[in-house]
Ligand binder design. Structure first.
Ligand code: CTP
Ligand code: MG
Length: 244
């Protein structure tokens, strides 16, 4: 079977409250999205990378295109990178658009779709290989996740913005995992899941709602998602300690 990647990059980054969508913010001298794409393109067995943009995206051509020419020839960008300007209002819609194009370009039902957030630039080759190696024989798929290390509290509902939230209870953390990306699923399974559950906030939760059980593959917190102001600096510090 073959593997392709889908990189949803059609969000607006509301929680980041920056002047640009976070995937385009400067990150170690290039747009964040270039850094994330490089981490996927350097893995040779990922045949294609479908980056999904908003239909009205105004940044790719001016900010990203100039950097693509500077990527190593071994990345074979012209052959392997596809820009899909069909992102939707939810992440699931955006991923679904990438799957559709991959299918139209010849990927089959049993081929593997590796979905990775544009906003996680510190992804390592080891993590990608670990996920692929762990999930390889499954007929469903799985995801990178982190076993919870902090004690987990559940807040009471309906907290008003004028008061502090209060604890309803503490959940035993032994079975709590925090989901990251990449997430790796068979194309047909993922397409069906996202069609039925377009409000899912990750691929795995849509697949779970089909009644299937994704495999949990242990990752590392350094693969953080740039979400809030301050995360960019933290991610750059991590990135600078990694080899690129
Ligand atoms: N994403 C997408 N299409 C959407 C929403 C999100 O492609 N309709 C992508 C984002 O660009 C990001 C990834 O999904 O790479 C993870 O989403 P998130 O971190 O929530 O990014 P945003 O939705 O952009 O941020 P926010 O929720 O703060 O607005
Ligand atoms: Mg979002």
């Amino acid at each position: 079977t073959r593997t392709f990647a889908v990189i949803p990059a059609a969000g607006i980054g509301a929680r980041m409250s920056a002047a640009l969508p976070k995937q385009y913010l400067p990150f170690a001298g290039a747009p964040l999205l270039v850094r994330t794409l490089s981490r996927l393109l350097r893995v040779g067995w990922i045949e294609r990378c479908y980056v999904v943009l908003a239909p009205d995206d105004r940044y790719w051509d001016t900010l990203v295109t100039p950097h693509l020419a500077q990527l190593p020839p071994a990345f074979a960008v012209a052959e392997r990178l596809r820009v899909v300007r069909l992102g939707g209002t939810t992440r699931a819609h955006s991923v679904r658009a990438g799957l559709r194009v991959a299918h139209a370009e010849g990927f089959g039902d049993d081929d593997w779709a590796l979905v990775h957030d544009a906003a996680r630039p510190c992804l390592t080759t080891e993590t990608i290989e670990h996920l692929h190696g762990s999930v390889g024989n499954s007929n469903v798929g799985g995801l990178i996740a982190i076993p919870a290390t902090d004690t987990v509290k559940v807040a009471t509902p309906h907290t008003s913005p004028n008061s502090f939230p209060v604890v309803e209870r503490t959940v035993p953390r032994e079975r709590i995992w925090l989901a990251q990306t990449p997430q790796l699923f068979r194309l047909a399974v993922l397409r069906q899941a996202l069609d039925r559950f377009p409000d899912a906030t990750d691929e795995a939760s849509a697949v779970e709602r089909l009644g299937l059980q994704p495999i949990l593959v242990k990752g590392h917190w350094s693969n953080l998602k740039v979400t809030l102001p301050g995360d960019l600096e933290l991610a750059q510090a991590i990135w600078s300690l990694q080899e690129d």
